[in-house]
Structures are given as structure tokens and as C-alpha cells.
Design a protein around this ligand. Structure first.
Ligand code: ADE
Length: 249
């Protein structure tokens, strides 16, 4: 996958993409990352990329010309086509499904908004997708772009050490994944559950599934309502006083 990011603050991306899984994926050629400074496409001696709000109002708005020019030029840098994603608090909320959809693309162009917003014509005529990472306002789209890249790159084949890692994790079955145990077997009197030491894979899998159900029921009952549970699992939850909302029984 090729990812192009358009930003007024290219320096913000230096640290996060130089570490951990994203760096490994870049080094392994699984993803290539290209950061572009939108100001390079701004006109005039001062390369002004923002302007006042028509009709009045606080703050500065990213101008359409440099954003369109940058995006069109960047699209032409490679033959692959893919969505142009504007990071904005008014976008579709990023979730597991959307990260999977985006991971199927050959290419992503991410446009980071800044200041009080981006000219409406970018929303209407340039972005093919508008994505938010949550119902709160950040000072720009850079951190959201990093979040999106991290969540998408994990899905790319070979990006994680073990091919199972991305499949087992939280949300894959619509459930949270409870946290793992590692050594020592006893820590401050808290023991690792016996079944995990048993070597019985079937028992371990059953215990994990039930623990995930319990974990989700206690923390995110809204997710349980949409997860597909067996009748036995529903009964087991109900017997623990944790019936899924709208669940049968
Ligand atoms: N830009 C500012 N806030 C944002 C958010 N919550 N999600 C995506 N982009 C943003």
C-alpha cells in the first residue's frame, strides 16, 4: 500500500512512523509513506495557506487552492488510485470495519485539516471519504491521520509478527479481547488462571471466549448487542446476570 499524507505540519509525523510496527512495515516494503507539505503548493511569496472565514467568525480556514493543487499533484505521483480521505471531526467515526475497508485499498491519500477547518469545497468536491477518530475536536488532522494509519497498517499482510495477531484481537468478533497473562505465574498473590497452564487448547479457547464475553458485557454492553453469540453463550451470560441487550432469553 502507498500512503500519501498532506499536512501543514510534516514534522509531526517524524517520530510516530519511525518506531514499532509502522516502521517495520515500511522497512519490509509492506507500506510506503509519503509526507507532503501543503504549503509547497501555496501561492505568493509568503505561501499563505489559510484565510479568514466568509461571513465572519473566529480563526482561520485552510484555503482550497493549495489543498486541491497538492492533492492533484500527489495523486499524479503514482499510478494507483484510492480514496482521498479528509480527517475532520464531522466525518464518519473510524471503527474496525472502516479500518478493514481502507486496508483493502492499494493507496490512501490523507488530507489533514487544520486551524478552524478546511474550505467547504474540499469537503464537497475533493474528499471521497471524511473520517473522524471520535467526538472531540483536536487542533488538526495530523494525530487522527496517524491513528488511522496505525489501525490500517496492522491489517496489511505481514505487518504484524504473527499472522494471527490481527485476527484474534479486540473487535474481530465484535467483542473486546480481555488482557493476557505472562510470567510470573504468581504476582503479589494474584495467580494466573489454572486453565491457561493446562496445555489443553480447547479448554483454553473456551475460557478465553467466555472471558471475552464477560469483559465485553461489563465494559461495552453496547457491543454485545451486535455480536453473534450462541444460545449457550447467551444463557451462560444470563446465568451470570449479564444478558446481552436485546438478546434472546
Ligand atoms: N480534526 C480535528 N478533530 C478531529 C477528529 N476528532 N477526528 C478527525 N479529524 C479531526
Amino acid at each position: 500500500m502507498r500512503i500519501d499524507i498532506l499536512t501543514l505540519f510534516p514534522g509531526m509525523f517524524r517520530g510516530p512512523f519511525d518506531e514499532s510496527i509502522i516502521k517495520r512495515a515500511i522497512d519490509a516494503g509492506i507500506v510506503s509513506m509519503h509526507i507532503h507539505d501543503v504549503r509547497n503548493w501555496a501561492k505568493g511569496r509568503h505561501k499563505v495557506a489559510d484565510d479568514y472565514v466568509y461571513g465572519g467568525g473566529p480563526g482561520m480556514v485552510l484555503k482550497p487552492e493549495p489543498v486541491f493543487a497538492a492533492t492533484e499533484a500527489v495523486l499524479d505521483l503514482a499510478p494507483e488510485r484510492g480514496p482521498v480521505v479528509l480527517l475532520t471531526p464531522s466525518g464518519r467515526r473510524l471503527d474496525h470495519e472502516l479500518t478493514l475497508d481502507l486496508a483493502r485499498e492499494k493507496r490512501l491519500v490523507l488530507v489533514c485539516g487544520h486551524y478552524e477547518g478546511v474550505d467547504a469545497r474540499v469537503h464537497e468536491h475533493l474528499a471521497t471519504h471524511e473520517v473522524s477518530i471520535g467526538d472531540y475536536v483536536l487542533s488538526g488532522g495530523e494525530l487522527p491521520a496517524m491513528v488511522l494509519v496505525d489501525a490500517v497498517v496492522r491489517h496489511l499482510p505481514g505487518a504484524l509478527g504473527s499472522p494471527d495477531s490481527a485476527v484474534d484481537e479486540s473487535f474481530t468478533e465484535g467483542l473486546l479481547e480481555g488482557p493476557p497473562y505472562t510470567r510470573p505465574q504468581e504476582f503479589r498473590g494474584w495467580e494466573v488462571p489454572e486453565v491457561l497452564l493446562s496445555g489443553n487448547h480447547q479448554e483454553v479457547a473456551r475460557w478465553r471466549r467466555r472471558r471475552n464475553l464477560l469483559w465485553t458485557a461489563q465494559r461495552r454492553p453496547d457491543l454485545l448487542a451486535a455480536a453473534s453469540l450462541t444460545e449457550e453463550e447467551r444463557e451462560w451470560l444470563a446465568s451470570n446476570g449479564l444478558a446481552p441487550r436485546g438478546g434472546g432469553g
